[in-house]
Design a protein around this ligand. Structure first.
Ligand SMILES: [Zn+2]
Ligand SMILES: [Zn+2]
Length: 247
């Protein structure tokens, strides 16, 4: 009897919520009516998934479907600054929309979900994880972080560290120059734009370690390569990276 009345109450609660405080998917405007649905509906979330395309085992760049996995031209040419990189998908469609909602519209809760998604989809990639001792989020300049209210990379990294039971090294890599937004710059300009923008702190925590950098988007890789360089100069043994999406 008690169980029935509780169920009745909770279904009444849900009906009242839908009637008086309806919320809608930020992407398709569908009514969010399933339990636990927040910001983006289940159908739209299901479209954010791992891209089933072959990729370069070193930089993680995706190839067209049907090509055998192989080292890409860039990674064949010279020893890369990042030992490995993986991302979930290309920066387009629903993946891009969700990242934009997370970063620029302040829906922090989507960051937790994206972190879970990274862990679920890339958490078993031994090539990426084997030997990793700590996670480091790509930092924002303090002024930018204050304006946004959070660092998106930190939210993703915290979630991943929890899933993988690894330590998270926060504030060991800091951004000391508030460089202009990278989006409008060409690849070479991006490289120059970030040079000297990062600094390592408490280098003893980094010494001899294999570090995995975490960020939301990999565009030309210039930010991650610069971070890797700084961490390696501070004594890190090897630096790899994981991102949600690559442009
Ligand atoms: Zn939707
Ligand atoms: Zn490559």
């Amino acid at each position: 009897m008690k169980l029935i009345s509780r169920r009745l109450l909770s279904s009444w609660g849900k009906t009242a919520e839908l009637l008086f405080f309806p919320s809608f998917c930020e992407l398709c405007r569908a009514l969010l009516e399933e339990p636990g649905e927040k910001v983006v509906c289940r159908r739209c979330r299901e479209k954010v998934r791992r891209l089933a395309a072959p990729f370069c085992p070193c930089c993680g760049g995706f190839f067209e479907v049907g090509v055998e996995p192989h080292l890409c031209q860039t990674c064949l040419g010279k020893e890369p600054l990042l030992a490995r990189h993986r991302s979930l998908a290309r920066y387009e469609g629903h993946v891009k929309e969700v990242i934009l909602l997370f970063k620029f519209r302040g829906f922090k809760i989507l960051g937790d979900w994206l972190g879970d998604l990274l862990a679920d989809n890339l958490g078993n990639d031994d090539d990426l994880w084997e030997g990793v001792e700590a996670l480091v989020p790509v930092p924002l300049h303090p002024r930018k972080e204050r304006a946004r209210g959070f660092n998106q990379a930190q939210i993703l990294a915290r979630r991943l560290a929890k899933h993988k039971s690894l330590s998270l090294l926060e504030r060991r890599l800091i951004k000391v120059v508030n460089v202009p937004a990278q989006t409008s710059l060409e690849a070479e300009e991006r490289e120059n734009n970030v040079r000297g923008a990062f600094r390592a702190r408490k280098a003893k925590d980094l010494k001899g370690k294999t570090i995995l950098l975490v960020d939301d988007v990999y565009t030309t890789g210039s930010t991650l390569r610069e971070c890797s360089l700084v961490l390696r100069k501070a004594g890190a043994r090897e630096v790899r990276a994981v991102t949600v999406a690559q442009a």
